[in-house]
Design a protein around this ligand. Structure first.
Ligand SMILES: Nc1ncnc2c1ncn2[C@@H]1O[C@H](COP(=O)(O)OP(=O)(O)OP(=O)(O)O)[C@@H](O)[C@H]1O
Ligand SMILES: [Mg+2]
Length: 477
């Protein structure tokens, strides 16, 4: 068969090239000759790097190597792990780096800054070969880390003398992974989907979210109590993961609740995933790999129905590969060890029935919906604490007047009242202490918001025929 479009068609016996057709066997043979020729040259004149490693770890004898490759975010984290393990278990003799192959000269090692919290980074060796001796066994190693800048892969190689002893090369890698799981800054940290640290507003707690007692209990029990007790819970034979779906209209506090949960996660790690973070199949799976690596973990998935952006058929997971992948992860066919997922959505009706109607995927559906009169009153009271408001505002009647407002609308009401007050006082930006929000400001803001809401709902048609309005031109009189 002839390759149709040229290039390397692995299925075919022959390959079409700009120079004619050659069969695959010949290409393979050419590649092998080339490889062997390079090896021959390298064996004859080993690079400075190869010579120095052999000299250090094996007195010039044969060397065994073990290589691991990692992408992001694991790659940079593994650099941190190399540093930590070297400091703990090894004596470092020297650190070198070599120019491009054939590596005939030393060049300075390169360092890289790896974030260890939202505001701090640590400088770690990056493109470098460390010549080290294991404290316990006296065995010598060369440990090299480098990044292939073309594809962002991080290479870790461990080289030591080839001798009769069966050296467990993987044990250094294992102890690095163990350090990551137990002692690294990622363990217990608040991470984003891509692995960066979140800049948290730690002052937000569940007390800042106005919820009915029933909803508050459901959230606390299913998420915080579960996370705190997951070890005992699982020991007693129960399932080790949990899925919670927060449902409700926009602006009713789902995101606020999630942020408060992240702040209350205790020793658990959290991973915060916005729907924009997930673009391709495989992203969610890799997030859950991280979640398990640092468990117990709280995974927050915002706006589940928007995974991968709009425009897909969200109702059936079959038509939506990302939702299908999410189901697969939650369904327990993968081991979810000690992971609590809190997903939120405005449209539970759009989600696949398989997601919500089967225990083991979503264990609790919790409505975070419109606040009632008492709830609205509490939200207004909470919000005005951050503003300069005159005594005696009639909050009870504002709460009554705002039926159908979400928490977000109520915050908007206080903001609009402040803007009204600034406008009324002719404030020019330099004197914000002067701004004092009055009852009249609230009344005006409320009337305007109601009007806007009605317009938005389409109940007031745009007037085509202008009515006579005496206020036109008032400003020019
Ligand atoms: N129940 C509430 N208690 C206190 N404040 C609230 C509440 N609901 C909303 N708010 C206020 O409204 C803001 C927006 O709410 P939030 O982002 O949590 O809504 P959401 O339910 O996540 O909306 P969306 O579905 O659009 O993502 C909050 O930051 C808070 O100031
Ligand atoms: Mg939200």
């Amino acid at each position: 068969m002839v390759g149709l479009t040229g290039g390397l068609d692995m299925e075919s016996d022959e390959i079409e090239t700009p120079f004619g057709i050659i069969d695959e066997q010949t290409v393979k043979a050419i590649e092998r000759w080339r490889y062997e020729a390079v090896q021959e040259v390298m064996d004859e004149v080993p690079s400075l790097r190869t010579r120095e490693i052999a000299e250090f770890v094996a007195d010039g004898g044969r060397v065994r190597s073990f290589i691991r490759v990692r992408g992001r975010p694991m790659g940079p984290w593994m650099l941190l792990a190399v540093d930590a393990i070297l400091e703990r278990d090894f004596e470092v003799s020297t650190v070198e780096w070599y120019g491009e192959p054939p590596s005939t000269a030393h060049v300075p090692p390169i360092t890289k800054s790896v974030p260890v919290s939202a505001s701090q980074s640590k400088n770690v060796l990056f493109h470098a070969t460390r010549f080290v001796t294991e404290k316990k066994s006296g065995r010598k190693w060369a440990i090299t880390t480098e990044e292939d800048l073309r594809c962002g892969a991080f290479y870790f190689s461990f080289e030591t003398a080839e001798d009769d002893e069966d050296v467990k090369m993987q044990r250094i890698w294992k102890s690095m992974r163990h350090w990551l799981r137990t002692e690294s800054p990622m363990k217990g940290g608040a991470l984003r989907a891509g692995g960066s640290f979140m800049d948290l507003d730690e002052s937000i707690t569940l007390d800042d979210v106005v919820l009915s007692d029933e909803v508050r209990k459901a959230i606390t029990k299913n998420v915080l109590t579960f996370l705190k007790n997951v070890v005992t819970f699982t020991k007693n034979g129960n399932k080790d993961s949990r899925g919670v779906l927060l449902t409700g209209p926009p602006g009713c506090g789902k995101t606020l609740t999630s942020r408060a949960l992240v702040n209350r996660r205790g020793d658990a790690t959290s991973i915060y995933v916005s729907s924009d973070d997930i673009r391709e199949p495989g992203h969610l799976t890799s997030i859950y790999t991280l979640a398990r690596a640092f468990s117990p973990t709280l995974v927050i998935i915002e706006d589940l129905d928007c995974l991968g952006g709009a425009g897909m058929d969200r109702k059936k997971s079959a038509g939506h590969p990302l939702l299908g992948e999410f189901l697969e992860i939650l369904s327990g066919s993968t081991d979810n060890s000690q992971v609590v997922t809190v997903a939120s959505t405005n449209h539970p009706n759009l989600l696949d029935e398989a997601l919500i109607n089967r225990p083991g995927r979503i264990d609790a559906i919790i409505p975070v919906s419109f606040p009632d009169t008492r709830g609205r009153r509490l939200i207004i009271e909470m919000e005005i604490k951050h503003h300069n408001v005159e005594e005696g505002i009639d909050i009870a009647s504002l709460a009554k007047e705002t039926e159908g407002f979400t928490g977000s609308h109520l915050v908007g009401l206080v903001n609009d009242a402040e803007l009204e007050s600034m406008h009324r006082l002719g404030s020019d930006g330099d004197d914000d202490e002067k701004v004092l929000i009055t009852q009249a400001d609230f009344d005006t803001a409320l009337a305007e918001i109601k009007e806007t809401r009605e317009r938005a709902a389409g109940s007031i048609m745009v007037e085509i025929r202008p009515r006579e309005d005496p206020s036109y031109g008032e400003a020019y009189r």
